[in-house]
Write a protein that binds this ligand. Structure first.
Ligand code: GDP
Length: 543
C-alpha cells in the first residue's frame, strides 16, 4: 500500500498532501525502464504527459511537471528553475500499461546538465529518441545518442510534430543512417506529409489503417478511427500508396540488431494531439528489453534474481521546500528493495537504513514499500551517499557496481568563501556539492584547499552551486573565472614536465586523480609539440 510521504516522518509535505492515493504497482510485474532523449523543444514534456495519459499511473501523483503550471508552495530553488526556464529537478515516473510497469526516467534537457543526463542513462535499459519532424537530428540529440551507443542502450525513435510542416519521412530515415549509422525499421508510417497527417500505417497490422481527425470543439486530442486498407484507399488514394511504397523500401524490424543498437524501431506521430503515442507505448512494452544482469566492478554480471542491490545514479537537493532534504536516486539492479531494510553501503561497508524511501517525480513524492529491478527509489536525506555508490543486501554476496564515469570539465572557477567566519560551512558545502556531482571539485597545487577550483561541463552548474552555497549552506562564495577550457589526466611524469610552465595549472580531484588544466587545445598541442614525452591522457570525452 502507498502512504503519503512524510520527509521527516511527522508533518506531511505539501507535495504529499496534494497527492492522490493510487494503487501500488503489482509486485514482480515485468518492468521496462526507459528515458526520452531529445533536443530541447522537440516535445519531451508533451510526450511524457501523453504517455502517462495512456497509462494507469502508479506512483505518479498529480500532473507531470509541465512548464508554468506548478501549484502549491514554490521554493527558492524552483524559483531559480522558473527564472531560468529550465528543469533541474527530475526523477522517475512510474506507470503501468497492459500489465507492464514502465519506469520513465526524466533527463534534464539543458546541455549544461549533460553529465546528469549521462548518469540517468546509466540507469535505463532503453531510450526513446524523440525527433522534431522539421528538425531531425539536433545537437543535443546527437550527444545523447552517442551516450546510448557507447553504453549499448537500444534506441526507439519517435518522429514528433507530424501535424506540422516538416521534412520528408524518408529523408529523416536517411539522416539517421548517414549521420549516426542507425538503420530505421518502421513500426508506424505516416499517411500524408508532415503538416498533412491523415493516418498511420502499422507494420504489425497490415490490414488496418488508423485515421486521425482533430476532435471538434477545440479539444486537442485527435479522434482515432480504424479503417480497412480499402476504406483508406478510397479516402486518400495517392497518399496511401505513397506511404505504403515508402515504408516498403525499408528493412523489417530485427530484434538482435535493435538490441545491439544498430537498428531502431521507427514511429511517427504528434504528442500534442496524442497521435501515435499508444503505438509507442506498445513498442516500449513489447520490444524494449527488461532489466537484465548488470556488471559489477569486476565485470561479473549480477543476476536480477540475486539479493537486493542498486546504484545511486543521481542526487538531488532542495526538492521539498519545507525540508532541506537530499534525495539519492537509486536504481534497483537485483532483488527486491524493501523500505525499512538495512542494507550495506558497499563503498564503506557501513549499514544504511532505508527508513525514508519515496518515488519522486518533479516535486511529487510518495512513500514506496518495495521496488524491483529497473525501479527507481528516492532515498530521502541520504547525505552519506554519493553518486555512483552501491547498496546491497547484507545477506547475499557483496557487490559493488562500477563508478559512474566523470565527464571532462570545460569550465573552471576558483571559489572562496565571502565571509571567512563561514569557512566551516563553506568546506561542508563544497564537499556536499561534489558528493552529489553538482560540480567537480579540484584542489590546485598553487591555490590550496582554501580556494578550490569548481569544474563543470556546463556553466549553469556553477549557478546551481553558487545558489546552494548561499541559500543552503549560508556560505556565499566569491568566484574567479579561470581561463581554462581543457583538462587532461596528468601522470607524475607529466606533472614534472609541466611544473612551472605558464598558463598550465595542476590540480587533483578528491579521488586523487591529478589533472592538468590548459587554456585551450592549441596551448595543449603547442606544449605537446615542444615536449613529446607528455602523455596527458584525455578524460572521458564530452558526450
Ligand atoms: P521539450 O522542451 O522537449 O520538453 O518540449 P515541450 O514538450 O515543452 O514542447 C515544445 C513545444 O512544442 C511546445 O509548444 C509544445 O506544445 C509543442 N509540441 C510538442 N509536441 C507537439 C506536436 O506533436 N505537435 C505540435 N504542433 N506541437 C508540439
Amino acid at each position: 500500500p502507498v502512504v503519503p510521504a512524510t520527509a521527516e516522518g511527522d508533518t506531511p509535505s505539501p507535495a504529499a498532501a496534494s497527492a492522490n492515493p493510487v494503487a501500488a504497482p503489482p509486485a514482480g510485474a515485468p518492468r521496462r525502464s526507459i528515458a526520452v532523449i531529445s533536443h530541447p523543444d522537440a516535445g519531451k514534456s508533451t510526450l511524457t504527459e501523453a504517455l502517462a495519459l495512456h497509462a494507469r499511473a502508479i506512483t505518479q501523483a498529480g500532473a507531470v511537471h509541465g512548464k508554468g503550471n506548478r501549484a502549491g508552495v514554490v521554493s527558492d530553488w524552483l524559483e531559480m528553475e522558473q527564472k531560468r526556464g529550465i528543469s533541474i529537478t527530475s526523477a522517475a515516473l512510474q506507470f503501468e500499461v497492459d500489465g507492464v510497469v514502465i519506469n520513465l526516467l526524466d533527463t534534464p534537457g539543458h546541455a549544461d546538465f549533460s553529465e546528469d543526463t549521462y548518469r540517468v542513462l546509466t540507469a535505463v535499459d532503453a531510450a526513446v529518441m524523440l525527433l522534431d519532424a522539421a528538425k531531425g537530428l539536433e545537437p543535443q540529440t546527437l550527444k545523447l545518442f552517442a551516450v546510448c551507443r557507447r553504453r549499448g542502450i537500444p534506441v526507439i525513435t519517435f518522429v514528433n510534430k507530424w501535424d506540422r510542416p516538416g521534412r520528408e519521412a524518408l529523408e529523416l530515415v536517411d539522416e539517421l543512417e548517414n549521420r549516426i549509422q542507425l538503420r530505421a525499421t518502421p513500426v508506424t508510417w505516416p499517411v500524408g506529409d508532415a503538416g498533412d497527417l491523415q493516418g498511420l500505417l502499422d507494420v504489425r497490422h497490415p490490414d488496418d489503417v488508423m485515421a486521425y481527425r482533430r476532435a471538434p470543439g477545440g479539444a486537442t486530442l485527435a479522434e482515432e478511427e480504424r479503417l480497412t486498407v480499402e476504406q483508406a484507399r478510397e479516402r486518400w488514394p495517392d497518399r496511401l500508396d505513397h506511404a505504403a511504397d515508402s515504408m516498403g523500401l525499408l528493412p523489417e524490424l530485427d530484434m538482435p540488431s535493435f538490441l545491439a543498437g544498430e537498428t531502431t524501431p521507427l514511429l511517427f506521430g504528434a504528442a500534442l494531439t496524442n497521435i501515435g503515442v499508444r503505438q509507442l507505448l506498445e513498442v516500449v512494452t513489447t520490444l524494449a528489453p527488461p532489466p537484465g544482469p548488470r556488471e559489477d566492478v569486476r565485470g561479473t554480471p549480477r543476476p536480477v534474481e540475486a539479493p537486493f542491490s542498486g546504484v545511486v545514479f543521481k542526487m538531488q537537493a532542495g526538492m521539498d521546500p519545507n525540508h532541506r532534504d537530499h534525495v539519492a536516486f537509486l536504481r534497483v539492479n537485483s532483488g527486491v528493495f524493501r523500505r525499512g531494510g538495512v542494507y550495506t553501503h558497499a563503498q564503506t561497508g557501513r549499514p544504511f537504513a532505508t527508513k525514508y524511501a519515496a518515488s519522486v517525480f518533479g516535486r511529487e513524492r510518495e512513500t514506496i514499500e518495495e521496488a524491483y529491478p529497473g525501479d527507481v527509489v528516492g532515498l530521502v536525506n541520504a547525505t552519506s551517499l554519493s553518486v555512483g555508490d552501491t547498496l546491497h543486501d547484507p545477506d547475499g554476496p557483496a557487490v559493488e557496481f562500477p563508478p559512474l564515469p566523470v565527464f571532462a570539465p570545460e569550465h573552471f572557477l576558483a571559489a572562496r568563501v565571502a565571509d571567512p567566519g563561514r569557512s566551516k560551512q563553506f568546506r561542508k558545502g563544497v564537499a556536499q556539492l561534489e558528493q552529489e556531482g553538482v560540480v567537480q571539485v579540484l584542489i590546485s597545487e598553487a591555490r590550496g584547499d582554501g580556494q578550490p577550483i569548481l569544474a563543470a561541463v556546463g556553466p549553469l552548474q556553477f549557478e546551481v552551486a553558487s545558489f546552494r552555497m548561499e541559500n543552503e549552506f549560508r556560505a556565499p562564495i566569491r568566484t574567479e573565472p579561470l581561463g581554462y577550457s581543457v583538462a587532461r589526466l596528468a601522470s607524475d611524469r607529466d606533472a614534472e614536465l609541466l611544473a612551472g610552465v605558464s598558463g598550465v595549472e595542476l590540480a587533483h580531484r578528491t579521488d586523487g586523480v591529478r589533472l592538468a588544466l590548459f587554456r585551450d587545445v592549441w596551448r595543449l598541442r603547442g606544449l605537446q609539440r615542444d615536449r613529446p614525452e607528455l602523455e596527458l591522457a584525455p578524460l572521458l570525452a564530452d558526450a
